[in-house]
Ligand binder design. Structure first.
Ligand code: PEP
Ligand code: MN
Length: 338
């Protein structure tokens, strides 16, 4: 249930509603828009049927939210969420590009790649320190050392850092180093992990599970939001279909669908979405045209020797720089900047 306050409702009136919710064992989620404040009632809302919320001072109306993902829904919050993270805004007019290697491999590698993506205009450095590999004998990432190298690269370049966290036990450690926590596709429904990152106030990029429906995806985001962390962005990274030519099938439909159903920023990963370097540029452009708020792109200076096997989908620094130039024109054409 969402309680829509009148424009100009006072803090006391808002607090009064919140106190009533607490009396009934519910929690509140407050969203302050330019004109109105919305109060989401979280918990078993049936208890509210007996109290005349609509008659309380400052209340304009009370709305039932039909979507099962309440806090993530546009019904609940009509304005786009804009996540502010250390000087970068995600979900606003500017399209934010995150770029870097699949995994951090060495000081030399992260130094070369971070400098190149920064030069080309990326604002955020990606790179896995903990890698969710399909097989246990594959390179699992440099772990703690990888986190330190990411912090070192941030220091040198001024880029923000996004990196994956794979378990609830790792959240505190990874949050010490990352500006944005990444939840990988394989963990989209790791509910304990979702709750754990929901307990932090770090921005979280949630990747769509490879066989997740859009509703399941939004319900996974709801787990994080329901813990009080409102800084959630959604990432479409391709789903499994019968098609084998590409690594995954990037669901371009998901971009406008998620923008319609939710106020959360939408990021597209054309690297894992296609698995093929030559498709990364056209699919990135399609994502921007479809309304994506950001892109996350794999870049490697020596993809042939990449330690994760994602070399085939990594752009060379020069290709990434060229793509950034093209995206600039496209962003302007859709009324945005990059
Ligand atoms: C990644 O971005 O490093 C990654 C492992 O992607 P995904 O979780 O989408 O497979
Ligand atoms: Mn990868």
């Amino acid at each position: 249930m969402v309680i829509v306050m009148k424009p100009g409702a006072t803090e006391e009136q808002i607090q009064h509603i919140v106190n009533r919710l607490h009396e009934f064992g519910l929690r509140e989620h407050i969203s302050k828009g330019e004109e109105r404040t919305l109060i989401g009632a979280i918990g078993d809302e049936r208890v509210l049927r007996s109290i005349p919320l609509e008659a309380m001072p400052g209340v304009e109306k009370v709305m039932a939210v039909l979507a099962p993902y309440k806090l993530a829904s546009r019904e609940f919050q009509s304005e786009n969420t804009v996540i502010k993270v250390n000087g970068v805004e995600i979900g606003g007019n500017k399209i934010v590009v995150m770029a870097g290697p699949c995994a951090v491999e060495s000081e030399e590698q992260i130094t070369i790649i971070s400098a190149a993506v920064r030069e080309a205009g990326a604002l955020i450095l990606r790179g896995g320190a903990f890698k969710p590999r399909t097989g246990p004998y594959s390179f699992q990432g440099l772990e703690d050392e990888g986190l330190k190298l990411l912090a070192f690269a941030r220091e040198k370049t001024g880029l923000l850092v996004i990196t994956e966290v794979m378990s609830p036990q790792q959240v505190d450690l990874v949050a010490q180093y990352a500006d944005i926590l990444q939840i990988g596709a394989r963990n989209m429904q790791n509910f304990m992990l979702l709750k754990a990152v929901g307990q932090t106030r770090k921005p979280v990029m949630l990747k769509r599970g490879m066989s997740a429906t859009i509703e399941e995806f939004l319900l996974a985001a709801e787990y994080i939001l329901s813990q009080g962390n409102h800084n959630v962005m959604l990432c479409e990274r391709g789903i499994r279909t019968f098609e084998t030519y590409t690594r995954n099938t990037l669901d371009i439909n998901a971009v406008p669908v998620l923008k319609q159903l939710s106020h959360l920023p939408v990021i597209v990963d054309p690297s894992h979405g296609t698995g093929r370097r030559e498709l990364v540029a056209p699919v990135s452009k399609a994502a921007v045209a479809a309304g994506a708020d950001g892109l996350i792109i794999e870049v490697h200076h020596d993809p042939e020797n990449s330690m994760t096997g994602d070399g085939a989908q990594s752009l060379l620094p020069g290709q990434f720089s060229e793509l950034m130039g093209e995206l600039q024109k496209l962003a302007e054409a859709v009324g945005r900047s990059i």
